[in-house]
Design a protein around this ligand. Sequence first.
Ligand code: PHE
Length: 445
Amino acid sequence: MDQREQWASRHGFILATIGAAVGLGNIWRFSYVAGENGGAVFLFLYLLCVLFIGLPIVIAELALGRRAQGDVVAAFEHQGDQSLWRYVGWLGVVGAIAILSYYAVIAGWALKYFVGAATGTLWSKAAEGYGGYFKTFIANTGEPIAWQAAMLGASVYIVAGGVHKGIETVNRWLMPLLAIIIVVLAVFSLSLPGSAKGLEFLFAPDWSVMAKPGVYVAALGQAFFSLGVGMAVFVTYGSYMPRNFPLLTSAVGIAIGDTLFAIVAGMAIFPAVFAFDIDPTAGPELTFITLPQIFLQMPGGTLAGAVFFFLLSAAALTSMVSLLEVPVAIAVHRMSLRRWHAAGFAGTIIFLLGIPSAMSFGLLANIKIGRHGILDAIDAGVSNFLLPVAGILIVFYVGWKLERSIALGETELGEGWLGICWYWLVRSVAPLAISVILLQSASAM
Ligand code: PHE
């Protein structure tokens, strides 16, 4: 007997999927990767990746999930055969757990900054400078772990509440609020004298950046990470979708919502960065070291800072919830666990797995994987390798293994020109483009 839950409304479903897509990736990661990769050209390549690779995969993932009406492994077993394809489903589960393990750590940093900004302690730390403040904080052993646990605890609580009462409700409240906050912050930042240079950085391309080999894989990795594709999240969310929900409109809504959010976040961050003459290539520290410095110098900046870090923590939370739902759906379905137990169990394992990442700037700072510390290595490995590889496998399954009539029928695209375009992107363009970019980045290493 199937007692699977479903989304209660289209509106709630779309907000939950946008909540999954919009997260640290749009603010923390987008701003520093765009900053490191020359701004406008990166943005241009990123948009191409979203349109021609990311969006077709979102459509494919939602369709696979809705067809299966089961967990992500079931989505790849649906042909009835127990073929090797189901390991693509398991890869998604492993990937979601891997991402969530370190994502929770960074989300914890955001929460610490929000609490610090709201209570004022963040602003009184200015004497030692934010570089020192941030580095002392992340080098500490207990504190980052405590904040990581707080964010994971909140995610477990929401996921335990169920698809409709937990996930849908939280997203319905938070996502519209976050959209308003980011627009207000952008307007505020654009009103600063000297902000035009930031807009130029983000929108006026310096084409010479195209010669940099790393920019392509950076754009592709960012498109995957920011949309949240390749990781079973949309397969899982799609499986709670009633048949009469419009799949295509939802997929386009996700892609547009996620991209707009990243661009507006860029318009909030870069004008301020340039107005205060700060180097945009600071890397992952941009959000945690550079921005507080700017907030402190800005009129009304301490309020803006508190609002900003609230935004960052809440956006991270809605993405964490989507990632946690992937293993929870598996545990509920395959191990017949109750939701509460499944969420608590998965949350605890992910918390333990994330501890080395939380300690990778302190006690474990000397452990390097390649050039990176533990957290950075997992982030780079997942975004620039695991997500794209999982993406190739998903498009291969949908483009080559599923029958054409099923693929086009399930996505509601049919044999019209849109359907033919999508099928061609999924069968040839996406796998080819992803492979070329991966090979190019491997040879440049
Ligand atoms: N898309 C989320 C972000 O931008 C992260 C994420 C990745 C969520 C993969 C789900 C799956 O922060």
